[in-house]
Design a binder for this molecule. Sequence first.
Ligand SMILES: NC(=O)c1ccc[n+]([C@@H]2O[C@H](COP(=O)([O-])OP(=O)(O)OC[C@H]3O[C@@H](n4cnc5c(N)ncnc54)[C@H](OP(=O)(O)O)[C@@H]3O)[C@@H](O)[C@H]2O)c1
Length: 348
Amino acid sequence: MVNISLVRKSNLDFKLSGHASSLVAVFVGATSGIGLGTLKQYAKYAQGSKAYIIGRSKSATQPLLDRLQESNPTGTFEFIQTEVSLIKNVDLACEEIKAKEKKVDILFLSPGFLAWGGRIESTEGIDVPHALRYYSRLRFAYNLLPLLTESPSPRVISILAGGKESAIDLNDLEVHNDFTFAKAAANGTTQTTLAFEELAKSYPSVTFIHKYPGFVDTGVIGRFLSTITGPLAIPATVAKWAILPIVNWFSMTIDEAGERGLFLATSARYPPSKPKTDFVGVELPQGLEVANTSVIKDGVSNGVYRLGSLDDSAPDGDVLPGYRLDNVGKTVWEETQAVWDRAISRAA
Ligand SMILES: NC(=O)c1ccc[n+]([C@@H]2O[C@H](COP(=O)([O-])OP(=O)(O)OC[C@H]3O[C@@H](n4cnc5c(N)ncnc54)[C@H](OP(=O)(O)O)[C@@H]3O)[C@@H](O)[C@H]2O)c1
């Protein structure tokens, strides 16, 4: 476990390091929750840096943008208004960033929501929550890799459920059959890790982090319970008003989740497989070591980290070793590209 005091020390060292002011970060899903917590810490510690914030409503986000600017007067905070569950919108947002930037250092991905019931199909034919947790996030990563590889220490961070991978139906990765929100969420988790491992093979100078945040008091569970209808609506309402407040009492604050988010984005604890330069992040404080990657072959780590809530590497689990032997990552990656192609052709 990484103690929060070490996280704070590292973030302070980052602020004083001289690297902070030159950073360019892209935040998707940072208008609330863990992404917002991380964006606030980024603004606080990376004085003079730049951030793109991609979200649904500029007018709703304007007060936040004003506060970020106040906390970082020399920084630049640019909002791109779009609905990121559509792949074509992800492409347009990335084009806008590519036209303005020569590099991206941090891509922080945390959009999403949980909803009871059946598939909520987008006009591109993808279940919207599944797009937000996986297909759109990976499209951002894929599109921005040319800019990420220009950074001395690039990071792609997806806040989802690293370490919770489970068996998936390789013939139904989009979950068209027997859909449940839990099945789709489980698929997205395993897809994320396998896709990151595939990307890391081609982009060894990039760090890929898939993190399970634990319970963070963002309201995500309450909003989910509100979507439950039918006979389960009554127990869901009881859970929302009677049990959830107790759970929230023990959950992590958004501020701490944000401090940890910035730590993942900047610490030398998470180097890529083949760093481009000697700089792989803020030097480790005493008492911390480099984390274990998801694969270490012939002494070489793959630059992919599956992390738990306190930023330790998760054990390998039951399914991933067999999936790697069977080259399932390639299947997942090919299916991902096919889904993108279908989405784009529908949007045209
Ligand atoms: N919080 C936890 O305890 C917890 C635990 C395990 C895993 N996770 C996962 O971690 C991720 C982040 O969680 P969080 O609690 O920080 O979430 P959150 O507070 O609910 O924030 C979600 C973000 O997703 C965006 N979003 C929601 N619906 C959208 C839509 N239809 N189109 C575009 N954007 C949409 C929101 O934008 P708007 O501001 O426009 O609504 C917001 O920026 C999620 O994938 C969640 O499932 C969270």
